[in-house]
Design a protein around this ligand. Structure first.
Ligand code: 7TS
Length: 411
């Protein structure tokens, strides 16, 4: 099935910030893997909520509380549906980081014992590594890491070899925020289950760009962030299988998450509220609901096709430049383009490009172990989204040529 083509000019009009000039130049925003920009519909949904309907939720004694609760809970339904999950299985969190910490602290603390193993990969973002380090140290469990193939894919043979009778969970990213590679998460989930382990997928870089269906993937947990998918900061979600979530202990205590509280002990609310202690970020949840409505209206397949086509164009143009070196595979990828350019440091490249209005990221991208594996301390990274254009890729290419001139060529 071919997806309908995107009308990128129309889409750009939905994002007011794209009209900004940066240092007197038109903005070319190519830092979407760090955070995406927001369409007017999302900004309006958040401000509309605060202008008209704000109150605390789940305390339906008055009209505004009823409206706020409806807005919050209907956002939950829309967000769950967006990734193919059921509403009761969708926990609002502050984002991917908090979602993974929830699983590590609740499921991990209950199920990891001395000598158990958590299988991660060399390409994990720190937020799918450090929470496991913390819980493994407490439990006496061991972390193991799946290696990569020379072109920067997950090494499935290594994964099969490292899965063992002590593996309790395999936690991996759906899409690498440095390499851009799309991992075969359905196959990994199947292998994990065959070995008697669970599978958590970090969807921070996938949910904004791919049509995700957690049931098709067959994973047990799926984590993602609102701010990378046109939604507000401070909101994201954890999807989990109902029977697992039901059996997991709470990880934070307080209001909202209880059924009955005695002085010495308490009982818990049903999932998802068991995992949402305290007043939630209602306005942000409303904004995330509006963001997924917006993305669904544009169409994830159309967004994906646009990004693939633009990535192809970018790689064609960039690889023509002498000194350009791509990290990650040429195929099976999305529009996260990490690179080295001769001997110009990534931070210098980012500064030179910024002066031309082009926003890219330079650094370790919270992937320090991966950087060590690649033998670099940083990469430059351009990352694309639905509103990016070929003209912006051309500006990036010209910016790189200008940087090389400024440095008097490569050493
Ligand atoms: N997992 C992956 C794969 C990510 O790319 C990120 C953020 C996170 C988890 C954490 O998401 P958060 O919303 O909880 O912070 N990645 C990046 C990045 O590549 N540049 O800035 C943030």
């Amino acid at each position: 099935m071919t997806a309908k083509a995107l009308d990128v000019e129309r889409i750009r009009n939905d994002f007011p910030i794209l009209n900004r000039k940066i240092h007197g130049q038109p903005l070319a925003y190519l830092d979407n893997a760090a955070s995406s920009q927001k369409p007017a519909a999302v900004i309006a949904a958040v401000s509309g909520y605060f202008l008209n309907s704000h109150a605390n939720v789940h305390r339906g004694a008055h009209q505004l509380s009823v409206e706020a609760t409806d807005a919050y809970e209907s956002a939950r339904a829309v967000v769950a549906d967006f990734i193919g999950g059921r509403t009761k299985e969708l926990i609002f969190t502050r984002g991917t980081t908090e979602s993974i910490n929830l699983v590590a602290n609740s499921w991990g603390a209950a199920h990891l014992a001395e000598g158990d193993e958590v299988l991660l990969t060399l390409m994990e973002h720190h937020s799918n590594l450090v929470p496991w380090q913390l819980v493994a140290a407490r439990a006496g469990a061991r972390l193991k890491f799946v290696g990569l193939t020379p072109d920067g894919r997950l090494d499935l043979e290594d994964l099969a070899a490292k899965l063992g009778p002590r593996t309790r969970i395999v936690a991996l990213t759906h899409v690498s925020n440095t390499l851009g590679v799309v991992n075969p998460v359905a196959e990994v989930a199947r292998l994990a289950h065959e070995a008697g382990a669970l599978c958590l997928v970090d969807g921070a870089q996938a949910a904004p760009h791919l049509l995700v269906d957690v049931v098709d993937i067959g994973c047990d947990f799926y984590a993602f962030s609102g701010h990378k998918m046109c939604g507000p900061t401070g909101i994201g979600a954890l999807w989990g299988k109902k029977e697992l979530l039901d059996a997991m202990p709470p990880w934070q205590g307080g209001g909202e998450m209880i059924s009955e509280v005695q002085l010495e002990h308490s009982t818990w609310a049903a999932v998802p509220h068991k995992f949402e202690a305290g007043t939630p970020s209602v306005g942000d949840a409303v904004g995330l609901g509006a963001a997924v409505r917006y993305l669904s209206q544009v169409g994830l397949e159309a967004i994906h096709s646009h990004e693939i086509e633009l990535t192809e164009y970018a790689l064609e143009r960039l690889t023509e430049l002498e000194g350009f070196e791509l990290f990650g595979p040429r195929e099976d990828r999305v529009g996260v383009i990490s690179f080295r350019f001769g001997d110009i440091h990534a931070h210098d490249l980012a500064t030179i490009l910024d002066a031309r209005g082009i926003a890219i990221r330079a650094g370790h991208h919270c992937n320090q172990p991966l950087m060590r594996h690649l033998g670099v301390d940083a990469t430059a990274r351009a990352s694309l989204y639905l509103y990016n254009t070929r003209a912006e890729i051309d500006a990036l290419v010209e910016g790189l040529i200008a940087a090389k001139t400024l440095f008097g060529g490569f050493a």
